[in-house]
Design a protein around this ligand. Structure first.
Ligand SMILES: *[C@@H]1O[C@H](CO)[C@@H](O)[C@H](O)[C@H]1NC(C)=O
Length: 279
């Protein structure tokens, strides 16, 4: 979609005679934005790899409900918690040209895909199928001055046979929510958009939410249908926060790693958290 929109509005199509540098290379981030440059520059960019690398410091707290029958409340046991620097390289050669400068960034720290929505990482856009190579360097958690609050406010049995989960979220200006219904449950409706959930590539659902600096609690609901047997839980819901500015954008480990990058690279970084719940 993004590529089509770009082509439709591109002045290059209107007057292609001015444009003699060879083929264009398009990189479509799932319709969100498009990069274009002449193929010759593309070749150069591919040599200067690490040109665009994305960094997140992720405080990764994975929470599961152990007794699925008590999924009504949020007092679930924490089964796993970790933190680290999560790295996505935008170039096909990955970190090949970065590793000589930063030896700890090598293939021994490729990020494993967790059995969780979007592999258990705080994707800012649902582009996990485009950026397949990721790295995860364990570090202490970032020093956040505030914590996101994500809670199941209530659970309702609807007359049409669905279970509605009402959520309340208080967090930073940018947050993303990931939903994975457990077979045979399906996500039949939600309070977002036109009410009809559309899955992302791979079947998980992705929600992008942002607000101004002062905002009330974000309330939304999801509805699940499918079975009377809730013993394994109906759904996994994960939520990520993204700190793009202010002191929360930084951590000592993240800043130290950024300083090691060669000066021809263009790293972009921020701090995220990821919390996962099963209901
Ligand atoms: C690869 O990275 C790991 C973890 O950061 C590090 O322990 C190891 O020494 C690195 N290997 C090389 C050859 O530098």
């Amino acid at each position: 979609m993004g590529v089509l929109k770009y082509l439709a509005s591109s002045h290059l199509l209107a007057d292609s005679s001015e444009y003699r540098h060879g083929n264009l290379v398009f990189f479509d981030m799932s319709g969100f934005f498009v990069l274009s440059y002449p193929a010759r520059i593309g070749t150069i960019v591919n040599y200067i790899i690490g040109t665009v690398a994305l960094f997140y410091l992720s405080k990764n707290t994975i929470k599961y409900k152990r007794a699925a029958r008590t999924f009504h409340n949020l007092n679930g046991e924490v089964v796993k918690t970790d933190s680290g620097i999560w790295i996505n390289a935008f170039d096909y050669s990955g970190l090949f040209h970065v590793t000589p400068h930063i030896p700890e960034l090598n293939d021994t720290v490729r990020a494993p895909c967790e059995d969780a929505p979007f592999c258990g990482y705080p994707w800012f856009f649902p582009v996990h199928f485009l950026l397949r190579k990721n790295w995860y360097l364990p570090t202490p958690p970032p020093p956040l001055s505030e914590n996101m609050v994500f809670k199941l406010a209530s659970r309702e049995e609807m007359p049409w046979g669905a279970t509605r989960l009402n959520f309340e979220v208080k967090g930073p200006s940018h947050m993303t929510v990931y939903v994975r219904p457990h077979d045979p449950f399906v996500l039949s409706s939600w309070s977002l958009g036109d009410g009809i959930p559309v899955p992302s590539n791979g079947g998980d659902y992705f929600v992008y939410y942002s607000h101004g600096l002062q905002a009330p609690v974000w309330k939304f609901w999801i509805e699940l249908k499918g079975s009377d047997d809730y013993s394994d839980g109906m759904v996994t819901v994960a939520v990520a926060s993204h700190y793009f500015f202010g002191s929360n954008q930084h951590s000592p480990q993240l800043d130290a790693l950024l300083h090691k990058f060669p000066d021809w690279s263009f790293p972009s970084s921020w701090v995220s958290t990821y919390d996962l719940f099963v209901y």
